[in-house]
Ligand binder design. Structure first.
Ligand SMILES: *Cc1c(COP(=O)(O)O)cnc(C)c1O
Length: 345
């Protein structure tokens, strides 16, 4: 398959699906974030505020763009930025805030946008995990200046590998298209550009993405049903408190989320992964971004809430292919192991 017919059609369909002017398809969510930051001309001397409650893929693109990530703590329940911490970290060097909608949940976007406007900084959303989450009739990833998405296997809308960004701004759209393909075609504006990348989405993957986008509502309903089923099966399990997502948002059900109140919750999540229940901490060794060894050189203050939230959160990894039998097995394993974990051996 050659040409760009599927990619261009996918972009039109994504823009229509999410109710924005433009979509730019790229090779990954990481590429979408890097492209977004480059389009905003962020680089050396610029700070980007990022939540500590995030993943390496959210923060690495800031460094790839040449800017500096500044970690911000979350509220004790992990549902939003700690706005006191955010306020102290905004300086004259701050050019953007990059909220990460981890596990598909979004914070208070009205409050964040008000703050961003007051300081004249852009909001770039990492909505890679939040496809389909809506607040007040608007999709996650359409609140800020640019929203970034991944279509890696396991995200709600997937094409195996892939990503896209959404924006209403014509100039950012034109720059992103140019940057994604080594500035061929060249950016029509006057800005002296930095070298581009090969961040093109492969045509066969664009075709897969289009087929899945056509059944986006079904994919989303399936994910919500999966999270709901696990939630139901696990309710009342001692030591596993299912986390409710605020009814104000139509959450996409990205993961089953539970707060582990057993002793040594991290060790419990790691144990569950070994027992065949994939989860953020146990399978991916999730730690807050400010504690990732690759970011050790960055200035940071301890983000204690983020660490506490990560350490106690059981986020069960869900996938389009997970049928009810597998989810039932996950639930049985979690319940059995939680009971055993209570008893001293
Ligand atoms: C998946 C993901 C990314 C990166 O997407 P890739 O397509 O793997 O590059 C970035 N941020 C978050 C929150 C993600 O879940």
């Amino acid at each position: 398959m050659t040409g760009t017919a599927h990619t261009e059609a996918l972009e039109r369909e994504l823009a229509a699906q999410f109710g924005v002017r433009h979509a730019v398809a790229v090779a990954s969510g990481t590429a979408a974030l890097h492209t977004a930051l480059a389009a905003l001309d962020l680089g050396p001397g610029d700070d980007v505020l990022v939540p500590a409650l995030s993943v390496v893929m959210s923060v690495a693109p800031v460094i790839h763009a040449g800017a500096r990530p500044i970690f911000v703590d979350c509220t004790p329940d992990g549902t939003d930025f700690d706005h006191d911490d955010l306020a102290t970290k905004i300086t004259a060097a701050t050019r953007a805030i990059l909220p990460v909608h981890l596990w598909g949940r979004v914070g208070d976007s009205v409050r964040l946008l008000r703050l961003a406007r007051r300081y004249g900084v852009d909001v770039v959303e990492d909505a890679c995990q939040a496809q389909g989450t809506q607040v007040g009739g608007r999709h996650a990833g359409t609140f800020g200046t640019i929203g970034c998405f991944s279509m890696k296997d396991g995200k709600v809308l997937w094409s195996g590998e892939g990503g896209y960004l959404l924006t209403d701004r014509d100039d950012l759209y034109a720059y992103a298209r140019s940057f994604r393909s080594h500035h061929q075609p060249p950016y029509p504006g006057v800005r002296a550009t930095r070298p581009g990348h090969n961040y093109r989405l492969a045509e066969p993957l664009a075709a897969v993405a289009r087929a899945n986008l056509a059944r986006f509502d079904a994919l989303l309903a399936r994910r919500r049903r999966q999270a709901g089923l696990l939630r139901e099966l696990l309710s009342g399990t001692p030591g596993i408190e299912v986390v409710d997502v605020s009814a104000e948002q139509q959450w996409n059900g990205y993961s089953l989320l539970a707060s582990v109140t057993l002793p040594a919750p991290r060790a419990f999540c790691e144990h569950l992964a070994r027992q065949g229940v994939p989860n953020s901490v146990g399978t991916f060794r999730l730690v807050p971004a400010d504690r990732q060894p690759v970011f050790a050189g960055l200035p940071t203050t301890p983000c204690r809430n983020a660490a506490a939230v990560v350490d106690r959160t059981l986020a069960v990894v869900l996938n389009d292919h997970d049928h009810d039998g597998r989810l039932d097995r996950y639930a049985k394993t979690i319940i059995r192991e939680a009971r055993r974990w209570h008893r001293p051996c």
